[in-house]
Design a protein. Structure first.
Length: 118
């Protein structure tokens, strides 16, 4: 079955960096577009970034542009989210997800918590 396992979250001071990883299994990872989302307390889940199956094209939410970088290693079945210049408003649970051919996100990980202190 499809499994997505996020890691790399933690507590960081404002201005710091974190690198999130999402290890995938149970499907052909190299064929799948992937995305990162986040959900802050009391807020709805929101899109952060996505990447095409071959890593050639990426898309970012305005809040992530210039600070976050999504990448992937198809040999390791892993997608990453490098987050720099973190702000307290980036505090959230971060989720990775698979993007289907119908352009919906159909499988989700359990999330990893990122807390940015001011």
């Amino acid at each position: 079955q499809v499994q997505l396992v996020e890691s790399g979250g933690g507590l960081v001071q404002a201005g710091g960096s974190l690198r999130l990883s999402c290890a995938a299994s149970g499907f052909i990872f190299s064929n799948a577009a992937m995305g990162w989302f986040r959900q802050a307390p009391g807020n709805e889940r929101e899109f952060v970034a996505r990447i095409t199956w071959n890593g050639e094209t990426t898309f970012y939410a305005d809040s992530a542009k210039g600070r976050f970088t999504i990448s992937r290693d198809n040999a390791k079945n892993t997608v990453y989210l490098q987050m720099n210049s973190l702000k307290p408003e980036d505090t959230a649970v971060y989720y990775c997800a698979t993007r289907s051919a119908a352009m919906t996100y159909n499988y989700w990980g359990q999330g990893t918590l990122v807390t940015v202190s001011s």
